[in-house]
Design a protein. Structure first.
Ligand SMILES: Cc1ncc(COP(=O)(O)O)c(C=O)c1O
Length: 491
């Protein structure tokens, strides 16, 4: 490793000496500086050039293989794949370093809402950057966090008055679990017996240890069982099973945690109508809290701002992330009621404080992006414009039913899962379909053999048609290839 010192000039602050790590002696140490402008402050970047930066595509691909470890990825296979290096985005399109364009069929992992590089959100972030990029919420506060909290409370189901920020869906769920647990402990007496959580079979609430404890996807979670706290598992969509668990463990349950309406990572499992309302009533009857994890379903994906609205349900905790910043920056929020909030009040020496908080909790840039996101929802009538697109998507998906190996097609709003039937796990048929889709100009990502589609809400009608055409052609191409592990299971 070679270290080079460069001088970065920012006139307002004088010259700042910065030590830059140059990864290998063979790589050129920057000798020239190119001027770039930023918010009125001139900055000289080392060897900056617009676009891809210091390395060309081949360099980047090999450096990725040498240094990166990608999430939810078997790196052994990754090394053999020629993966696009995404360089820019424009509305529903992602563009790679070769200039190839792809429809973003999964909203960059379920979070983009209004398309890439939306001018209003770009400007909001840049404006905030001209003020301050980050300031802590521990012992200080700032306008974007305050204004966003107010707006979220206005939009959220009734009764959710308090907003606690963090930075991912996992932490939003983790926080709800910890708050629910601590609330009951602090109530004392019989209430302190409420230490258990009920989650749904096949649940997914994130990757931190608490959120994994309430998870139920064996492939992701079983390895960690010895580290996890024990939870009760209810059959999704079956109110009688939920009632049985709450009755058998009467007075022991701190909270039921669930994704309302659709269990996304479980493979887009859609619950029957009324199930969410039934669970709310059962929680009320048995005195347990209801935690609704709207990390995936929130911000319009089901056709309403929040999935809970479809059944007129107000949970005790609402977990938000992903679409909160329209897919721009990491920000999450756990909303709760005054009742829960008041359960934490007391003199300091009573130690009822919620001792939890992350460094980037309530980051101002992210809050500014989230506020802009919510303004765009309003100003561009996003949810109204979405309704005909939801209809169209349903219609287009019906055409896929006739394809060989396509089983159930599940959908709620803009959340879709197309089940591929009859393949060995080793065939990785869902993955094969996504590779075919990539060749045809769409980015999609499967959950096992479920092909997921979740385009940005702003996708235009012709792009939506094209996305479904590509998906159909990719399923046909991938499932037709009768080679090796890709062969279908014998009937
Ligand atoms: C319902 C749900 N909860 C939590 C999470 C975790 O979110 P993150 O990946 O931001 O930690 C996800 C991610 O897909 C999710 O779908």
């Amino acid at each position: 490793m070679v270290f080079a010192q460069t001088i970065v000039e920012a006139p307002k602050y004088g010259a700042i000496r910065r030590t830059a790590a140059i990864s290998a002696p063979s790589e050129p140490v920057p000798t020239t500086n190119t001027r770039s402008g930023s918010g009125g402050i001139s900055v000289f970047h080392d060897n900056y050039r617009p676009g891809i930066g210091r390395f060309d595509r081949t360099d980047l691909a090999s450096l990725d293989r040498r240094h990166l470890w990608h999430p939810f990825t078997q790196q052994q296979g990754w090394i053999d794949e020629d993966t696009p290096i995404i360089e820019s985005g424009d509305r529903s399109t992602l563009i790679d370093s070769e200039g190839r364009e792809y429809i973003d069929g999964i909203s960059s992992l379920w979070c983009n809402v209004h398309g890439h590089r939306h001018p209003a959100i770009d400007i909001a972030i840049k404006d905030q950057l001209d003020k301050v990029a980050h300031s802590t919420m521990l012992g200080l506060t700032h306008a974007p966090a305050i204004e966003l909290a107010r707006r979220l409370v206005e939009l959220a189901p009734d009764g959710l008055q308090r907003v606690f920020y963090s930075d991912s869906g996992s932490t939003a769920a983790e926080i709800a679990l910890k708050m629910a647990f601590q609330y009951w402990q602090q109530q004392g007496g019989d209430a302190a017996r409420r230490t258990r959580f009920i989650a749904l079979r096949d649940a997914y609430h994130g990757d931190t240890i608490g959120s994994v404890s309430v998870g139920g996807i064996d492939l992701f979670h079983s390895m960690y069982r010895p580290l996890l706290f024990d939870t009760l598992k209810a059959e999704p969509g079956d109110a009688a099973d939920m009632e049985r668990l709450l009755s058998e463990h009467d007075g022991e349950v701190a909270a039921v945690i669930m994704e309302p309406l659709v269990q996304g990572a479980a493979g887009m499992i859609v619950h029957p109508a009324g199930y969410l309302r039934d669970v709310r009533e059962l929680c009320d009857r048995h005195g347990a809290f209801l935690i609704c994890d709207e990390v995936a379903t929130g911000f319009g994906r089901t056709g309403r701002m929040f999935a809970c609205e479809h059944e007129g349900v107000s949970p005790d905790f609402l977990c938000l992330a992903k679409g909160l910043t329209a897919g721009y920056l990491p920000l999450a929020a756990t909303l709760t009621t005054e009742r829960v909030y008041e359960g934490f009040l007391g003199r300091f020496e009573e130690f009822r404080t919620f001792f939890h908080g992350h460094t980037y909790t309530g980051n101002p840039l992210a809050c500014a992006a989230a506020l802009a996101n919510l303004r765009v929802f309003e100003q561009q009538s996003t949810l109204e414009l979405l309704q005909p697109k939801i209809e169209l998507l349903g219609e287009l998906l019906r055409g896929l039913r006739a394809l060989p190996h396509v089983g159930e097609i599940r959908r709620r709003g803009f959340m879709c899962g197309i089940e591929l039937e009859g393949f060995q796990p080793s065939a990785r048929m869902g993955h094969q379909v996504t590779l075919e889709a990539r060749r045809r100009g769409a980015i999609i990502r499967p959950l096992g053999d479920v092909v997921v589609l979740m385009p940005p809400l702003s996708i235009e009608e012709p792009e939506l048609r094209r996305l479904i055409e590509i998906t159909a052609a990719s399923i046909e191409a991938a499932t037709a290839a009768p080679v090796g592990a890709r062969a279908p299971l014998a009937a």
